[in-house]
Design a protein around this ligand. Structure first.
Ligand code: HEM
Length: 497
């Protein structure tokens, strides 16, 4: 027994020594981007990166320029910061930059889902079929009905619905969007009361997982948190199990299509449950937080709220009185579209990652060439290099509801960097092979929610002077940001005029 201590210590030393050596041995080769291994062997810059990703990347850009390679936890990441040079990475005609390899490892760890050949392409096929075009029209109607069920309750508005009620705005938006989104996609039964209760319970557990998520991905959980994550994973696998789904009526065609593919590939039911968990996460993790920022910006900018209410009155007309609005109006709302695009510009901060296969030469817009090394990861962080670039978006930190409107009121799509028209002027949905396949549904459901809230409710902040809260720095790189504290608000159903 006594020998185990020194033996384990020695083993640990060998492992740590080996890992450090790997880092120490790496040298920048000719034509490679500047290499910054960071202050700590193996960990590299991981601490500074996690503490505040945009600030860290700003420092690196100031030191090294638009392309640099940094070490983060033993892995080398090459960040490309010039958006005019994104196209060759996103198009990747030579197929040397791989999204799937990285994603497969991540989803196995986080959701327990083991990929099968063709599933990534299948998700995009299913989404083109059912989350766009005609499929989307049907789903929008379901989403509208589920939103009204969640907001008004199964029996419609209660007699006291026109009295003021108070809640946290973040909690309210996330809760409503989650429940409506979950019921629309994963199905409902004839018993709406029970469905709502179950969705509420699931939301509570979802938030527990959501809070642990960033540190889980970075493997930074304490022992108790590890146990909690395991419990939550099992709970989601069970609640979303294909067996439970069989009992439901309204499972969306999107989910049904994907599960059928998995069945045909011989994927075991237990693995299909894990797939469902992954889809729940992908479909519900960002719409609630984005809707929160949208409503908060509207409440903080009365001129935006007024412009939006005017647009709503114009396109909805008499129908404004009813929750049962015609979903085709969503195609005639340029002001709301601009509000959502601006909200996503300010609030969405995903990192786009690709694994380099074989050494690969990246040609920048300037004509410079950089050799990327096999096994490294190419990373884009559009929040900093696009959304916050003052050349593309003047006064980038300000919310301007009409930033994406032309003077004639049509959608603005012309943006420039260094005098050149820029294709990727916002990238909340990522781009290329991994571009969010749910983006049209996401936009419609968030737009429906905002429209219903501003036309049917009086809304106000409990403290009108409350500032827009800073974002929670843990979540940089993971999609839509969340606030670092809650904002209280009041709402009441408007009496019909
Ligand atoms: C505001 C809401 C949303 C935002 C900001 C968002 C953003 C994103 C981003 C940035 C990615 C790419 C991740 C990467 O490159 O690694 C992504 C992927 C994905 N999103 Fe969304 N998303 C939203 C809503 C939705 C919804 C509503 C659905 C489904 C109904 C959905 C389904 C997916 C799926 C399945 C993927 C994985 C795609 C792949 O593996 O290629 N998302 N999303």
């Amino acid at each position: 027994m006594v020998l185990w201590g020194p033996l384990l210590g020695a083993l640990l030393l060998v492992v740590v020594g080996y890992l450090c050596l790997l880092g120490l041995l790496r040298q920048r080769r000719p034509q490679e981007p500047p290499l910054d291994k960071g202050p700590v062997p193996w960990l590299g810059h991981a601490m500074a990166f996690r503490k505040n990703m945009p600030e860290f990347l700003k420092r690196m850009r100031a030191k090294h320029g638009d392309v640099f390679t940094v070490q983060l936890g033993g892995q080398y990441f090459t960040f490309v910061m010039d958006p005019l040079s994104f196209s060759p990475i996103l198009k990747d005609v030579k197929r040397k930059l791989d999204f799937v390899e990285y994603a497969e490892k991540l989803v196995l760890k986080v959701f327990g889902y083991q990929s099968v050949p063709g599933d990534h392409r299948m998700i995009h096929t299913a989404s083109t079929k059912h989350l766009m075009g005609h499929g989307l029209e049907d789903l929008n109607k379901t989403m509208r009905d589920c939103l009204s069920l969640v907001i008004l309750g199964p029996k419609g508005p209660s007699p006291d619905a026109s009295s003021w009620r108070e809640d946290g705005l973040f909690h309210f938006c996330y809760n409503v969007l989650f429940k409506a989104g979950y019921l629309s996609l994963f199905g409902y039964t004839k018993d709406s009361e029970r469905d709502l209760l179950q969705a509420e319970e699931l939301f509570t557990e979802f938030r527990k997982f959501d809070r642990l998520f960033p540190r889980f991905v970075y493997s930074l959980l304490g022992p108790r948190e590890w146990l909690e994550v395991g419990r939550l994973q099992r709970l989601f696998h069970k609640t979303l199990s294909v067996k439970e789904n069989l009992e439901k009526d309204g499972v969306s065609n999107w989910i049904a299509y994907m599960l059928q593919f998995l069945r045909e590939q011989g994927v075991a039911p237990a693995m299909q449950d894990k797939f469902n968990f992954m889809m729940l996460w992908a479909s519900q993790g960002n719409t609630g937080p984005t809707s929160f920022w949208a409503l908060l910006f509207l409440l903080k900018h009365p001129e935006a709220m007024q412009a939006l209410r005017e647009e709503a009155a114009r396109v909805l007309g008499e129908a404004q009185q009813s929750f049962n609005l015609d979903v085709s109006v969503l195609q005639r709302t340029p002001v709301l579209d601009s509000v959502m695009e601006e909200t996503l510009r300010l609030g969405a901060a995903p990192t786009l990652l690709r694994v380099v296969h074989d050494d690969h030469v990246l040609t920048m817009a300037s004509g410079e060439e950089y050799r990327l090394r096999n096994g490294d990861i190419v990373a884009l962080f559009p929040y900093l290099s696009v959304h916050m670039d003052p050349d593309i978006h003047p006064e980038p930190t300000a919310f301007k509801y009409d930033r994406f409107l032309n003077p004639d009121g049509s959608r603005k799509v012309d943006f420039y960097k260094a005098g050149k028209k820029i294709r990727h002027y916002t990238m909340p949905w990522g781009s290329g092979v991994s571009m969010c396949p749910g983006r049209f549904l996401a936009l419609s459901e968030m737009k429906l929610f905002v429209l219903l809230m501003i036309t049917h409710f009086d809304l106000e902040l409990v403290d009108p002077d409350t500032p827009v809260p800073p974002v929670d720095p843990q979540r940089w790189g993971f999609g839509t940001m969340q606030p670092s504290y809650e904002v209280r608000f009041r709402y009441r159903l408007r009496s019909p005029e």
